[in-house]
Design a protein around this ligand. Structure first.
Ligand code: AHM
Ligand code: MG
Length: 341
């Protein structure tokens, strides 16, 4: 007898394990992260009633003011993951340094990296926010965990996902065999598979960028967006629409659902800082999810998942989404670089 009801996350993961795509430790890790996301979802949903809105009165290592929910979400993820025996350590956008699994808990073979609550500017205004996570294997034979063990290119990820806390809470996941979406059934408390093997359209008429930074952009960025804005009568021969939620999870989720390009470029303000978004907590996991859905993701010059990280909190420019659009924007940047040589 085969069940006709859509699988819940637990069953989906057991089937992935039977198919040889994940092992029991990785299955446990993903289940634990999903459970933590449910707890975060509950706090986000309570909003003012839960006393969780507003500033925490602290800042993170990147000089950004932390919201109470940033701190709470970080604690929920750390607490949930320390005792299971599946992790060697965690790194978070909200922690100065990586966190080792404390004694007396057993240590496992995986590293978990996360942005506990992405979309900080939307936390207090009831707009979608989310959690982004990435899983790496801890290199073999490591006795003492060090920062360098986390500095692996995105291509080495064994799983990545995000939870988006929107009108419904959804979990989007890849273990390297397609990108799949689950919706939280709040009454039952389970994530139910609602879309298997998502595919992003290769072409699009929608772009997402913070246009208020336009004056700071470099020439290839100016050229690319100017052509989009020219619409039907311009070189692209079609009208484009613009959307910018200012929560990467929400913008990426829209792109997974109906296509589009998301861009956070580097700009002239701080030329040494390559963009705003973080390579290890945001760009790498989102790139894995997007590529597994048939999309593309670059830093304007090369595939993001091929970038060798040099720092835990490293930033990177991000161009991701519908394949043909990302390739065009990347081509403009490469051509500009070649001409400048
Ligand atoms: P955060 O992790 O501190 O929330 O910052 C990342 C967010 C992304 O979710 C979003 O795409 C971007 O920052 C929005 O930036 P801006 O405020 O420039 O619109
Ligand atoms: Mg973020």
């Amino acid at each position: 007898m085969t069940s006709k009801t859509p699988p819940v996350l637990t069953r989906f993961l057991i089937e992935e394990q039977r198919a040889g795509h994940i092992n029991p430790d990785l299955r446990l890790l993903i289940e634990v992260v999903a459970r933590a996301c449910k707890a975060i979802s509950r706090s986000v949903n309570k909003g003012a009633l839960g006393g969780v809105l507003g500033d925490a009165g602290t800042g993170n290592i990147q000089g950004e003011a932390q919201k109470k929910l940033d701190v709470l979400s970080n604690e929920i993820l750390l607490d949930a993951n320390e005792w299971g025996g599946h992790l060697a350590g965690c790194a978070s956008e909200e922690l100065d340094d990586f966190s080792e699994i404390p004694n007396p808990y057993p240590k496992g073979n995986y590293l978990l990296l996360f942005d506990p609550l992405d979309g900080s500017s939307n936390i207090d205004v009831n707009i979608s926010v989310g959690t982004i996570f990435s899983v790496l294997r801890c290199p073999e034979g490591v006795e003492k965990l060090e920062t360098q063990h986390f500095l692996q290119p995105g291509a080495k990820q064994v799983a990545a996902g995000y939870a988006v806390y929107g009108p419904s809470t959804m979990l989007v996941l890849t273990v390297g065999h397609g990108t799949h979406a689950f919706t939280l059934d709040r009454e039952v408390g389970t994530f139910v598979l609602t879309e298997r093997d998502i595919k992003i359209p290769e072409d699009t008429k929608e772009f997402a960028i913070n246009m208020s930074n336009q004056r700071h952009w470099f020439p290839p960025m100016q050229k690319y967006v100017a052509e989009l804005l020219e619409g039907k009568t311009g070189p692209r021969g079609k009208d484009f629409n613009m959307r910018w939620v200012a929560s990467m999870v929400a913008d990426v989720h829209r792109i997974l659902s109906r296509g589009g390009i998301f861009i956070y470029p580097r700009d002239r303000r701080e030329p040494d800082k390559p963009g705003k978004l973080r390579l290890l907590y945001e760009a790498n996991p989102m790139s894995f999810i997007i590529e597994q859905a048939g999309g593309a993701s670059t830093n304007g010059m090369q595939r993001i998942m091929d970038v060798q990280p040099e720092k835990l909190h490293e930033r990177v420019a991000v161009f991701l989404g519908s394949k043909n659009e990302v390739e065009l924007a990347t081509r403009y940047h490469r051509e500009a670089e070649q001409q400048a040589r």
